[in-house]
Design a protein around this ligand. Structure first.
Ligand code: LMR
Length: 330
């Protein structure tokens, strides 16, 4: 059984890396790199559960090590690192795959998914499963979708009506749908790496951002914003991805067991994602952060200005995929 390294040397690493395992001779090291917190966060909790199970049930064969909080790579570098073999697993947001496929743009359509049940139905349906395989020609294998949740806007001033966002600079992920969405509300979008967001908000490089409760709390964005408006306007979900070359290099029994554990733990973790986000929302409130809610009429105004963005990207994803996503919410 692997032991968690507990020397002083690794103490600081351990504080953010609960499943940092000491690997034994003969085990293949599986480095899992991601940009968010390791604990109290849907992705971090999923990664931890996966690592714990791999390290106990595949002891002697595989040894998974977690590298959270952009310790190893930003999301824009990690895809390259997978192909180079510098890391074996990553889970970037689906918004960050534009260089590999435009089909994932469906997940960024504003106000498409009204809750995580709709996301679950779509992801597990034929279209969602087909999309999982859409970057295989680039050398990647999608292992599973790891859920986070729906996003909310925060800014240096109250956001109640979409017109409140006019002229403000918002940080977005590397997603053209997100850029179009910000432009639709009269804002200026700035693509920035996740680890730069707090500093950019603090120094005024950007005025606002949009993210889930778990990212807003664990990365303390709320501390450098006037408040957050509960808009639930867009989804944040991840693709757990590996390189085909690495996966194929595993003996078939090892590969099958690894993929099975990965999928099983993801399903369990996804069922906890909404509760984890809700917990983070409560922590923001407890820490004195301001959360504003919208009346149905106010929310309808945001929907009205942002939903037309779909038309611009409909050809990239295909009407059949859009229809499947809409049907998943019914
Ligand atoms: C972001 O860049 O805002 C997110 O993709 C970060 C994450 O992994 O949740």
């Amino acid at each position: 059984m692997k032991k968690i390294i507990a020397t002083a040397l690794f103490a600081s690493l351990l504080s953010t890396t609960p499943a940092f395992a000491s690997c034994e001779k003969g085990e293949r090291i599986v480095k899992f790199s991601f940009v968010t917190a390791a604990t109290g966060h849907p992705k971090g909790e999923a990664a931890t559960a996966i690592a714990e199970r791999i390290n106990s049930e595949m002891n002697g064969k595989l040894c998974m090590q977690l590298f959270p909080s952009s310790q190893l790579f930003n999301d824009n570098k990690v895809m390259e690192a997978l192909l180079l073999g510098d890391v074996q697993i990553a889970a970037p947001s689906l918004s960050k795959f534009e260089a590999y496929t435009k089909k994932f743009r469906i997940f960024d359509f504003p106000f498409l998914f009204s809750d995580m049940d709709a996301v679950n139905t779509f992801s597990n349906g034929p279209k969602g499963q087909e999309l999982l395989r859409s970057i295989e020609d680039k050398g990647y294998v999608g292992l599973s979708y790891i859920y986070n949740g729906l996003k909310h806007f925060s800014a240096k001033k109250p956001l109640i009506n979409p017109t409140d966002a006019e002229g403000l600079k918002f940080r977005v992920q590397t997603s053209d749908v997100a850029v179009a969405m910000i432009e639709a509300i009269g804002g200026n979008a700035q693509k920035l790496a996740f680890k730069e967001v707090y500093g950019a908000l603090q120094t005024g490089v950007v005025d606002g951002q949009e993210n889930t409760w778990s990212n807003i709390y664990t990365k303390k964005f709320f501390e450098v914003q006037d408040g957050t408006t509960e808009t639930n306007h867009q989804l944040l979900t991840y693709l757990a991805v590996t390189s085909k070359e690495w996966l194929d290099s595993l003996p078939s029994k090892t590969r099958n067991q690894f993929v099975k554990i990965f999928k099983e733990e993801t399903i369990k973790a996804n069922a906890r994602a909404t509760a984890i986000n809700e917990d983070n929302k409560q922590k923001i409130l407890a820490a004195g952060g301001k959360i504003r809610t919208l009346t149905p009429a106010q929310r309808a105004d945001w929907v009205k200005v942002m939903k037309p963005v779909w038309a611009k990207f409909a050809n990239d994803v295909g009407q059949d995929t859009i229809d499947a996503a809409i049907a998943a919410g019914k």
